[in-house]
Design a protein around this ligand. Structure first.
Ligand code: 3NM
Length: 209
């Protein structure tokens, strides 16, 4: 259960980008991404399976890692690198049993209580958010803010911490300064289909400086 969490963790969105997951993965990798989450709340399961298969092919060809949002069954079937689970998905322990020790498993948390509980689970990273206002997620939890992020950082030991929700080029440095190990972003990276590669490169440069 040890893996290298990059500072920028892009997440795909076919509606925002107007592009397939594989196409987004291609552009993100060209911009420097090494770990990408495939997220799709609308595609039929069968379609999501096939799109993820195509995206995984691209990722593998470039030695990038692919994480699937929610779907442990698809992760298992395609042997992708891992899953990202939400509070109402399959329990983390069950996913770990199915996917094994080598899979990357991340888990969304939205308040300090959830984050502290998550720190006791067999996880590779904890995600915390929304840090800022987001219009990408339907029915998001209340905005947590940077102070809560600092509190989570202080409460989960050395477990890698991914911040999410409304993160852009302007607030990214503050989020890292509050203790996040990685910035997970959707709209700032993939909303403009033409600029995906450039957006990714800019965010990585900023996060690495
Ligand atoms: N999860 P954007 S916020 C998928 O709070 C997701 O757990 C969140 O999109 C959480 O970068 C969010 O466009 C949306 O704000 C992130």
């Amino acid at each position: 259960m040890s893996f290298n969490l990059p500072k920028v963790y892009p997440i795909t969105d076919t509606r925002l980008s107007g592009l397939s997951h594989a196409e987004q993965v291609t552009r993100l990798i060209h911009g420097g991404a090494t770990l990408i989450q495939i997220r799709d709340k609308y595609a039929a399961h069968c379609e999501f399976y096939h799109q993820t298969e195509a995206a995984f092919q691209v990722a593998r060809n470039h030695n990038a890692k692919l994480i699937i949002n929610d779907r442990v069954d698809i992760a298992l079937a395609l042997k992708v690198d891992g899953v990202h689970l939400g509070q109402s998905d399959l329990p983390v322990e069950a996913a770990r049993r199915l996917l094994g020790e080598d899979a990357i498993i991340g888990f969304s948390t939205h308040n300090i209580t959830q984050a502290k509980l998550a720190a006791t689970m067999p996880l590779d990273y904890i995600a915390f958010g929304p840090i800022f206002q987001t219009s990408t997620k339907e029915n998001p939890d209340p905005v947590a803010g940077l102070a809560a992020l600092r509190e989570v950082r202080a409460s989960i030991g050395s477990l890698p911490l991914v911040a999410i929700g409304g993160i852009d080029l302007f607030n990214a440095a503050k989020v890292l300064g509050a203790g996040a190990d990685a910035l997970a972003t959707i709209s700032e990276l993939v909303a403009g289909r033409v600029e995906i590669e450039e957006n990714m490169r800019k965010m990585l440069t900023l996060a690495s400086s």
